[in-house]
Design a protein around this ligand. Structure first.
Ligand code: PLP
Length: 412
């Protein structure tokens, strides 16, 4: 059956390594020699709680998460966190500044694509106070409407003492990603330049800034710059790590607050399963967690560690992205393709472009499918083509795609 598998460049849920899926079938029948399958075992069994602790350790190790931060597991996806970060961090703000009036509380959002926009909308719904746009990528686009860039750091306007500062590191739909200080291959100068693209270290250091990063579509694909400066980093598992159903959080310990005390002081009550304190105190098993998704994610993370961790993926993913963008530029030169994203903001994970000419997109999609490559149709909101290059996509598979793209360009 595995030989019938196609190359799945889908944006998520997305491909998982064959070897992991094969291992997972064994665990489905007999988890950790218990004689009980992973989908059947109690989440409070010693075998599962030990497994959960090992998954946490794998994440802590690979991303170098310091002891100032807790790793929590929950459900509800990225969308659940659009709400949870607002409620938990407004509760924190209330405890820190009980006398501030509602209208003096600010939430800061950086808008770079449709996912940060969706998070901002939830901030407006739940926020109560002021919801400030720190920067808006659309302003820098030609038509003023397209998310095709990460705005330059000079244009960032933070508000004073915000309850949170929110950004989405990789915009899955638009293919816009923050630039990354690379760990190898680049000169010191290039590294410093790239480092400068990440503007949040400009935030005041004397207070614990509540910086929130949505890493749903880039988690574990490369290292996280300034991880320790973040209040909350979160990601749904279903792109780089495992099946849908699991949401991973890295929360700085001062952001795990007593939401009920905050509510007594006037903050909004926080639903029990959205409270970070509930998750932390319950060791992420306050209620039944997505056991199967945790299991498969653990297998993926274990395999990552064997391959060389996040540094390994950083090298491989960079090469994959370079290959595809190089071919995209070739196609642009010949008037066959047109990239969606401005130079310097191109995502390593989601390459978005259009195929120029009447009926050509269909032709491109059809040719890909005939060659066993699927999942490359762009998101319905932006159209075009989107190639997702998450961790499970190999360099060989990327080469196959690039070969096809090149053939397509030459045939036009
Ligand atoms: N944030 C980003 C960057 C995403 O790509 C997605 C989904 O694709 C979400 C948030 C929403 O995640 P979920 O569907 O898990 O709620």
């Amino acid at each position: 059956a595995t030989s019938q598998r196609v190359i799945n460049f889908g944006a998520g849920p997305s491909a998982l390594p064959d070897s992991v899926l094969e291992d997972a079938t064994k665990g489905l029948l007999n988890f950790d020699n218990t004689g009980i399958g992973i989908a059947e075992i109690s989440h409070r069994s010693p075998e599962f709680t030990a497994y959960l602790a090992s998954v946490e350790a794998l994440i802590r190790q690979q991303l170098n998460v310091p002891s100032t931060h807790s790793i929590l597991f929950t459900q509800g996806g990225g969308t659940g966190q659009f709400s949870a970060v607002v409620l938990n961090l407004l509760a924190r703000h209330r405890l820190l500044y009980p006398d501030l009036r509602e209208e003096e509380r600010n939430l800061d959002y950086v808008l770079t694509g449709s996912w940060s926009l969706a998070a901002w909308k939830e901030g407006v719904r739940l926020g109560g106070g002021k919801v400030n746009v720190v920067a808006d990528g659309r302003r820098g686009s030609e038509d003023g409407k397209t998310f095709d860039n990460v705005p330059g750091r000079d244009s960032f306007r933070f508000s004073e003492n915000p309850a949170l500062v929110y950004y989405c590191e990789n915009e899955t739909v638009n293919g816009v990603q923050f630039k990354h200080a690379l760990s190898d291959g680049d000169s010191q100068e290039e590294k410093e330049e790239e480092e400068g693209m990440f503007p949040f270290h400009l935030l005041p250091k004397d207070q614990l800034v509540p910086l929130v990063g949505d890493y749903s579509s880039s988690f574990m694909s490369r290292s996280i710059p300034h991880l320790a400066d973040h209040a909350v980093i979160y990601a749904g598992a279903q792109k780089n790590i495992g099946p849908a159903g699991l949401t991973i959080l890295i929360v700085r310990n001062d952001c795990i607050v007593d939401v009920d005390t905050a509510a007594q002081l006037g903050a909004q009550p926080v639903p029990i399963t959205l409270s970070y304190k509930t998750l932390a105190e319950g060791n992420s098993v306050y209620n039944t967690p997505p056991v199967l998704a945790i299991y498969i994610s653990g297998l993926v993370l274990k395999r990552n560690a064997e391959l060389g961790g996040v540094e390994y993926y950083e090298r491989v993913n960079r090469r994959k992205a370079e290959m595809v963008y190089e071919c995209l530029r070739l196609g642009e030169g010949k008037g066959v393709f047109k990239g969606y994203v401005k130079k310097g903001s191109e995502s390593w994970m989601n390459v978005v472009f259009v195929v120029l000419g009447e009926g050509k997109e269909k032709e491109f999609l059809k040719g890909a499918e005939e060659r066993g490559m699927v999942g490359i149709k762009g998101h319905r909101s932006v159209g075009g083509i989107r190639i997702s290059l998450y961790n499970a996509i190999t360099e060989e598979q990327t080469e196959k795609l690039v070969k096809y793209m090149r053939e397509f360009v030459e045939s036009q």
